[in-house]
Design a protein around this ligand. Structure first.
Ligand code: PEP
Ligand code: CO
Length: 393
């Protein structure tokens, strides 16, 4: 039962449709994970971001691991988000809406279905703890639908220890899981996906007529879409019509991830097309996913200088288009991970990155995250005049 219309191996091929049906039936009987009123509150706050009176910091793990969930780990991630948000608020002189990639970021889209295992034979890829295990053996990598129930339990555990003032978000990749958690709010009669406050469709699953966008169109949560290379103006206006037909402030966020070398070339046309179409979404910059490079020993990394260059390009493009640079979407960790490097040459020259964790995209450590946040704040602070000239270099 492969419902993967992307043709890219982005989605898991569950071994048994019956087991998935049993698990989703069980999930349908479970209580909502988040409060509908909080989803609505986030949407109102995002309306302020779209209007330019507030900024977003969305950040956290590329993929959360079940084994690393603990009250202390949750508190540490929330503290990092709050501290970075305060840095951003001080620099921009505007309030910051805090959204974690947390309490449900358990599934990863993949470009290839298999990878070489330790002995060179092909092994199914790791797809996030909601699907399979990172351990490189065939049984551990076989998708297991019962993991969807564990994902629900683990999200609940994280939420129980998440301090107030942090909203939750994740990529709505596993539509069978997300659909099983859609509930009607008795107070308003609106349907919400109760797995998180905000959900997004990824770069690989953002087809305007696809099942992931269908899911987001069906619910009243604030929703987002990743926008990257290959996205056309027609794709974006179709997404706007599908996800924000009434042009409601705060409903739609577009998260751009082109890479430092491409953002100034591709983003201006897309922003202009969306604005001409009568939409005023929140625009966020994800400087992570368009700037992935490989070390000499073929590990993924990212250079902080590239990230900062993409952020500055993003700010310039939005300003030149008469829009608001709404904020940042980051993969980061309060742990002292060494995964991102300072500049590209370092990735080539120094292949061994200590404390490198595989199975997950390279996150920023705290010092690196501060640099990216400070660059955004400096470029958008009231003291920094807008750059009107957009370079296509
Ligand atoms: C992600 O956010 O982890 C991700 C896979 O991003 P994208 O869909 O933009 O590639
Ligand atoms: Co990632």
């Amino acid at each position: 039962m492969n419902a993967d219309h992307t043709g890219s191996g982005a989605l898991p091929d569950w071994p048994s449709a019956e087991r998935v049906a049993e698990v989703t039936a069980e999930l349908r009987g479970r209580p909502p994970l988040v409060d509908f009123a909080d989803c609505a509150a986030l949407r109102r706050q995002l309306a302020g971001v779209a209007a330019g009176t507030a900024t977003v910091l969305q950040g956290g793990d590329c993929a959360e691991l079940f084994a690393e969930i603990s009250p202390a780990a949750t508190a540490g991630k929330a503290a990092q988000l709050h501290e970075l948000a305060e840095l951003l608020a001080a620099g921009t002189e505007r309030p910051v809406v805090r959204i974690g990639r947390i309490a449900g970021q358990f599934a990863k889209p993949r470009s290839a279905a298999v990878e070489p295992g330790p002995d060179g034979t092909p092994l199914p890829v790791y797809r996030g703890d909601a699907v399979n295990s990172v351990e490189p053996t065939a049984p551990a990598r076989t998708p297991d639908p019962r993991r969807l129930l564990t994902a629900y339990e683990m999200a609940g555990r994280v939420l129980a220890h998440l301090p107030s003032g942090v909203y939750t978000s994740h990529e709505a990749l596993l539509t069978e899981y997300e659909r099983a958690l859609v509930r009607t709010d008795p107070a308003t009669g609106r349907r919400y996906c109760s797995s998180a406050h905000l959900l997004w469709a990824g770069h690989r699953t953002r087809q305007p007529a696809g099942g992931h966008v269908d899911l987001l169109a069906d619910v009243a949560n604030p929703v987002a879409v990743k926008v990257g290379p290959g996205t056309t103006p027609a794709d974006l206006t179709a997404l706007v019509d599908r996800l924000d037909p009434y042009r409601e402030p705060g409903r739609l966020t577009l998260i751009t991830r082109f890479g430092a070398g491409e953002v100034r070339r591709h983003l201006p046309t897309l922003v202009a097309a969306v604005h001409r179409h009568g939409a005023r979404p929140v625009w966020l910059c994800d400087p992570m996913h368009g700037n992935t490079i490989h070390t000499a020993d073929r590990r993924k990394t990212r250079a902080v200088r590239d990230l900062v260059a993409e952020v500055l390009g993003f700010v310039d493009v939005l300003r030149a288009a008469g829009g608001h640079p709404g904020g940042l979407h980051l993969e980061m960790s309060p742990q002292d991970v060494t995964k991102c490097v300072e500049h590209r040459a370092e990735a080539l020259g120094q292949p061994a990155l200590p404390r490198y964790r595989t199975g997950c995209d390279p996150r920023l450590n705290d010092r690196q995250a501060r640099r990216v946040v400070a660059a955004f704040a400096a470029a958008t602070s009231p003291q920094s005049p807008p750059t009107l000239e957009v370079s296509h270099a």
